[in-house]
Design a protein around this ligand. Structure first.
Ligand code: NAD
Ligand code: DAU
Length: 354
């Protein structure tokens, strides 16, 4: 048994957060894991059914922007570590509604930082505020072999990445100004179970199974670097426990794919697993108007994390995609519940009087 810890994980009902909560609840029975989540459209407690009864797990519905509630939460549970994942996370939504992104990602992070500062009262021994960020803060790479390193200058383009960059700066400011122990990590595109079907891979799996068109932005030539979500959760565990305070670590899969090539792998895998003949769903590909300001290419150099802390991705992409597609096809009710909006209505009824 290790030391007791009281860890606040924000955004734990979302995609990555649910994998982090599951890993910590199962691996560290001696910790108390408090999952704070607002249950926005992206938060879904179905993602955590297998841990909800565990004695070391507590769920609290709340808003990171509610400073008073955050102070109360820190005091009530004597929080000594924060893993902050709560955010608005979808680039297309940020283009339509940037204010929500500034509110949650910037003001929400600031309110959480200030609550930690006030409750920790300058006694930072054994404390850590770990902020989960994105490679998108570095801007876009050319179609060459350059990679984002921890030294790459911030150059965000979308309202989403601008809001994440701003929150990263606030986290570092709390270290530099008040001495709060902080860590920031910047990760590439995650994929795997429980991802909201607005993101490329689950959206396309869902559309293929329904015979709906697959909207490829622009010419499908943009490049992303894909990492299986459980590998990200393992990296977060490693860094939370052994990362150096005030440092930044890049997390990535060394796994670049042009969107159109990735989409063809997804189509092939879904068709095979559904028993369709090869090429059956290719006709669903539909080229549509490009995303505004669409970043050409992201690719992460995670050498530092490997050399300093020994982390590297465990899963080959082919294996990860196979597991992912299988999971969605075996959990069609999860997808149907989300696409019908049923799960959001359920939470409104459950929590509206609390
Ligand atoms: P997600 O959208 O699936 O989940 C976000 C969660 O935050 C949801 O459960 C939502 O209910 C919650 N939330 C939103 N606003 C809140 C608020 N005001 N108060 C409390 N909870 C709130 O996101 P994700 O893809 O799991 O991403 C998690 C984090 O990781 C984000 O900070 C994101 O920027 C970062 N990130 C994501 C990726 C990726 O590929 N998905 C890659 C790198 C970094
Ligand atoms: O790089 C990390 C980021 O990855 C995270 O910080 C974000 O939270 C996460 O959403 C993701 O951002 P992207 O914009 O890269 O992911 P998305 O799944 O939206 O899109 C992946 C690529 O596919 C991107 O180039 C846009 C394209 N795309 C996306 C959708 C939803 C399409 O061509 N068609 C689509 O319908």
């Amino acid at each position: 048994m290790g030391a007791k810890r009281n860890i606040l994980i924000t955004g734990g009902a979302g995609f990555i957060g649910s994998h982090v909560v599951r890993l910590f609840v199962k691996k560290y029975p001696e910790y108390r894991i408090v999952n704070l989540d607002l249950l926005t459209y992206a938060g879904n407690l179905e993602n955590l059914k297998d841990v909800e009864g565990e004695p070391n797990y507590t769920f609290v519905r709340g808003d990171i922007c509610d400073y008073e509630q955050m102070v109360e939460l820190f005091r009530k549970y004597d929080i000594d570590g924060v893993i902050h994942l709560a955010a608005e996370s979808h680039v297309d939504r940020s283009i339509k509604d940037p204010f929500t992104f500034a509110r949650t990602n910037v003001m929400g992070t600031l309110s959480l930082l200030q609550a930690a500062k006030v409750c920790w009262e300058g006694n930072y021994e054994g404390k850590l505020f770990y902020h989960i960020s994105t490679d998108e803060v570095y801007g876009a790479l050319e179609f060459d072999d350059t990679l984002f390193t921890e030294q790459t200058k911030y150059a965000p383009h979308s309202p989403y990445s601008a809001s994440k960059a701003s929150s990263d700066h606030f986290v570092r400011a709390y270290h530099d100004t008040y001495g709060m122990p902080t860590i920031v990590t910047n990760c590439s595109n995650n994929y795997g179970p429980y991802q909201f079907p607005e993101k490329l891979i689950p959206l396309f799996i869902n559309n293929i199974r329904k015979g709906k068109s697959l909207p490829v932005y622009g010419r499908g030539e943009n490049v992303r670097d894909w990492l299986y979500v459980e590998d990200h959760a393992r990296a977060i565990d490693t860094i939370f426990h052994r990362g150096k305070v005030a440092k930044t670590y890049n997390i990535g899969g060394f796994n670049e794919w042009r969107n159109i090539d990735l989409i063809k792998v997804v189509i092939k895998t879904v068709d095979r697993l559904l028993g369709n003949e090869e090429g059956h769903s290719l006709h669903l590909i539909t080229y549509v108007t490009d995303r505004l300001g669409h970043d050409a290419r992201y690719a992460i150099d995670s050498t530092k994390l490997k050399e300093e802390l020994g982390w590297e991705p465990s899963l080959q992409f082919e294996e990860g995609i196979e597991k992912t597609v299988k999971w969605y096809l075996e959990n069609e009710a999860w997808l149907d519940n989300i696409t019908s909006g049923a799960y959001e209505r359920y939470y409104e009824e459950q929590y509206s009087n609390r």
